[in-house]
Design a binder for this molecule. Structure first.
Ligand code: PAF
Length: 285
């Protein structure tokens, strides 16, 4: 694999490779098996894969979170060399390369910017859209692979592609979990050991919630999720919503569920000092 840090060289290498389709995986590093599954899918489907590693400052609304975000480039490269081919490219630019000047662009995503993560992390999805649109423009991939764990991010990126009329196909890969069920995340390594041990409660609870839909209405399911998780020391549910998978409208009662649509239970939990998210398709357990 080639490791590149400038846009000019990246574009030269992509052009020189003359391989298509081109697959792209966007990451902020601190890679784990979830990222590697995206890279492996991309490698299977595309003779040229570009993976970016860039901790994007514009998507952090909390300066401390940005400061503490794990940066592990050497370890990341060791993992990538195992799954990438010689022609594949790791693009690891610095901040000046991606933001030679302040990015003042504002994106609008309708309901996607009113629900779940959006009001709690003001500016987050605008920052994601800024950086993803830059990468899309620079790399111009045929396929871009994202993890379904970031459910709302996938919806935002799909909407970004729709709004810009881009031909890039967004592939959403299933959540990869630790053996005990915890959704893989770069933030898991920041969990206090005691909290980490209890963290599988999140997946266990939303799995139960998923199968409750046949016999219980949504307010009951929501209370069950809140109570089960909040009863564990150090855990606090920020939200649990059941939403459709395109516009992410929260449904408040079972009657509002429309046939033919897919619904997901999405959760954010404060686990000690770390905020974790997860989701599960409702009714499919
Ligand atoms: O999911 C992430 O790691 C980031 O939001 C992304 C898509 C790499 C943009 O910085």
């Amino acid at each position: 694999m080639k490791v590149i840090s400038t846009v000019v060289e990246l574009q030269q290498q992509i052009k020189k490779a003359q391989l298509s389709p081109v697959g792209y995986v966007a990451t902020m590093g601190a890679l784990h098996a979830g990222h590697l599954s995206l890279v492996t899918s991309a490698v299977k489907q595309c003779p040229l894969v570009v993976i970016s590693i860039f901790v994007n400052p514009t998507q952090f609304n909390d300066k401390n979170d940005l400061k503490n975000y794990p940066r592990t480039l050497d370890d990341d490269l060791k993992l990538l060399v195992e799954v990438l081919r010689e022609s594949d490219i790791v693009f690891a630019p610095d901040e000046k390369e991606m933001y030679p000047e302040e990015d003042k662009r504002e994106f609008h995503f309708g309901n996607l910017e009113n629900v779940m993560e959006a009001p709690l992390r003001p500016g987050h999805f605008n920052g994601v859209a800024q950086i993803v649109s830059k990468f899309f423009e620079i790399i111009n991939p045929d396929f871009a692979f994202f993890g379904q764990k970031d459910f709302q991010q996938v919806a935002v990126v799909k909407e970004l592609v729709r709004q810009t009329g881009s031909k890039i196909k967004i592939v959403a890969n299933p959540i990869i979990r630790e053996k005990d069920g915890l959704a893989m995340s770069s933030r898991n390594r920041l969990l206090d050991p005691k909290i980490r041990k209890q963290a599988p409660i999140i997946f266990k609870t939303i799995s139960s919630a998923s199968s409750m839909i046949s016999e219980h209405d949504i307010p009951e399911i929501k209370s069950f999720v809140q109570n089960s998780i909040n009863s564990i020391d150090g855990f606090n549910v920020e939200y649990f919503e059941i939403v459709d998978d395109t516009e992410l409208f929260p449904v408040q009662t079972r009657d509002a569920i429309k046939k033919g649509k897919r619904y997901f239970g999405c959760i954010a939990v404060h686990a000690g000092k770390i905020r974790l998210i997860d989701n599960i398709e409702i009714g499919l357990v």
